[in-house]
Design a protein. Structure first.
Ligand SMILES: NC(=O)C1=CN([C@@H]2O[C@H](COP(=O)(O)OP(=O)(O)OC[C@H]3O[C@@H](n4cnc5c(N)ncnc54)[C@H](OP(=O)(O)O)[C@@H]3O)[C@@H](O)[C@H]2O)C=CC1
Ligand SMILES: CC(=O)N[C@@H](CCC(=O)OP(=O)(O)O)C(=O)O
Length: 342
C-alpha cells in the first residue's frame, strides 16, 4: 500500500527530519509540504539536504492544503495543532510533533503552558508499558518531547521493577536543534561554540510534567523529577544522565536484568554491553536509544545513561514509528537503526 503524507512545518527542523525519513519509507508518498513565513519558497533553498524534494514549493499551512492526505504530520509551534487537526476530520491520521496533546492532566497543561488544554491523544512512545496497544489503529498521535523520550525510556524499567525510589534526578545535555530553526540570540554560533550552559533550571522546564506523568504511570506512585537541561555545542543529540535512590536490597545484577528483560524485544532500544556507555554520535540520524546502567553502592543510587538523536527518535523517527503502528505496518518500516558516527 502507498499512503500519502503531508508535512506541515516542513521549513523547520522537525519537518525537515520527517521528510528525510519519509524519503526512505517504501510505503509513503509525500504530498503537501507547508510552512508559514517561508510559504512560496523552494524547499531546496531552505533544506538543501532534502534533495528529492528540492523543487517542492512550500504552501501556507491551512486545513485546505492539508486535506486529502492519509497522514498529516504537524511540526508546528505549540498551540497551532488543535485547530488544524479538528478541521481535517477523524479518519485522517494526524501525528502532532508539538506538545499540545501530550499531557493527560489539564491542570498541569495550563500550569506549564499557560493556555487552555486542547486534549490528550495516544502517546507516541511505543516502548512504554501499554503505549503500543493504544497506538495500533489510532488516528491521532501525540509525539513525546525529546527529553521525555530519553528520560522515560532510561528510567521506566527501574520503576517498573520496583528498583528505584520515586525521586529522580536528571541532567541531560542537548544539541541546539532542539530549540528549532528560528533565530534565537542565545543560540548564535559564537554563544554556543566552545561552551556548555544549563537552562530551565530548578524545576522550570516544561518537559518536567511529561516525565513525571510517564514515570508515575509506570511506578504506580508519584515520581518527582528534578530536571536540568544543558545546552551543548553540537547540532543533534541528547545524553541524559538519570539517577534515583535505589530501593532497599537492589543489586547491580537485578538492575541490569530488569533492563535486559524490558527491552529484549524492542527493535530500537539497545542495552549496551556492561562497561560500554552511550554516546550521542552512536545514535545520530538513527531511531535508536542506547542505554547503560550502574548501581552506585556507596551512594545507594541507580545511574542510567541514555542517548538519542533529538530529531530522530526524539521527534520525527518516533513520529514515523507511531505512524507505522497506527497504519498496521511493520513498526520498523523505513526507519534507520544505524547511526552516522563519527
Ligand atoms: N526540534 C526538536 O528537537 C523537537 C521539536 N519538537 C516539536 O516540533 C515542532 C516543530 O519544532 P521545530 O521543527 O524544532 O521548530 P522550527 O522553528 O524549526 O520550525 C517551526 C515550523 O513551524 C512553522 N510555523 C511557525 N509559525 C507558524 C504558524 N503560525 N502557523 C503555521 N506554521 C508555523 C515554521 O514555518 P516557517 O519557517 O515557514 O515560518 C516551521 O516550518 C514544535 O512543536 C516542537 O516543539 C518536538 C520534539 C523535539
Ligand atoms: C535545546 C532546546 O531548546 N531544546 C528544547 C527541546 C524541544 C523539544 O523537545 O520539544 P517540544 O518543544 O516539542 O516540547 C527545549 O529545551 O525546550
Amino acid at each position: 500500500m502507498t499512503v500519502r503524507a503531508a508535512v506541515a512545518g516542513a521549513s523547520g527542523y522537525a519537518g525537515g527530519e520527517l521528510l528525510r525519513l519519509l524519503s526512505g519509507h517504501p510505503d509513503v508518498e509525500v504530498g503537501a509540504v507547508t510552512g508559514h513565513s517561508h510559504a512560496g519558497q523552494r524547499l531546496g533553498a531552505l533544506q538543501p539536504h532534502l534533495a528529492p524534494y528540492a523543487d517542492r514549493v512550500l504552501e501556507e499551512t491551512t486545513p485546505e492544503v492539508l486535506r486529502g492526505h492519509d497522514v498529516v504530520f504537524l511540526a508546528l509551534p505549540h498551540g497551532q495543532s488543535a485547530a488544524v487537526a479538528e478541521a481535517l476530520g477523524e479518519e485522517v491520521l494526524v501525528i502532532d510533533c508539538g506538545a499540545d496533546f501530550r499531557l493527560a492532566d489539564a491542570a498541569a497543561w495550563e500550569r506549564w503552558y499557560g493556555t487552555p488544554h486542547a486534549g490528550t491523544w495516544p502517546y507516541g512512545l511505543p516502548e512504554l508499558p501499554g503505549a503500543r496497544a493504544a497506538l495500533r489503529g489510532t488516528r491521532r498521535v501525540a509525539v513525546p518531547g525529546c527529553f521525555p523520550t530519553a528520560v522515560s525510556l532510561a528510567l521506566a524499567p527501574a520503576y517498573a521493577a520496583g528498583l528505584a525510589l520515586p525521586e529522580a534526578v536528571v541532567v541531560a545535555t542537548t544539541g541546539t536543534s532542539g530549540a528549532g530553526k528560528a533565530l534565537k540570540p542565545h543560540l548564535l554560533g559564537s554563544e554556543v561554540m566552545g561552551s556548555m550552559s544549563p537552562y530551565g533550571v530548578g524545576g522550570t522546564h516544561r518537559h518536567t510534567p511529561e516525565m513525571v506523568q510517564n514515570l508515575t504511570a509506570v511506578a504506580g506512585e508519584r515520581v518527582s523529577v528534578s530536571f536540568t537541561p544543558v545546552l551543548a555545542p553540537m547540532s543533534r543529540g541528547i545524553l541524559a544522565t538519570c539517577t534515583a535512590g535505589a530501593a532497599p536490597g537492589t543489586t547491580g545484577e537485578q538492575l541490569r536484568a530488569a533492563y535486559e528483560k524490558a527491552y529484549q524485544d524492542e527493535p530500537f532500544v539497545t542495552v549496551l554491553p556492561e562497561g560500554q556507555w552511550p554516546a550521542t554520535a552512536s545514535v545520530q540520524g538513527a531511531n535508536g536509544v542506547h542505554l547503560q546502567m550502574a548501581y552506585d553502592a556507596d551512594a545507594g543510587r541507580i545511574v542510567v545513561v541514555g542517548a538519542i538523536d533529538n530529531l530522530t527518535k526524539g521527534t520525527a523517527g518516533g513520529a514515523v514509528q507511531s505512524m507505522n503502528l497506527a497504519l498496521g505496518l511493520d513498526e520498523v518500516r523505513g526507519l534507520p537503526a544505524v547511526g552516522v558516527a563519527p
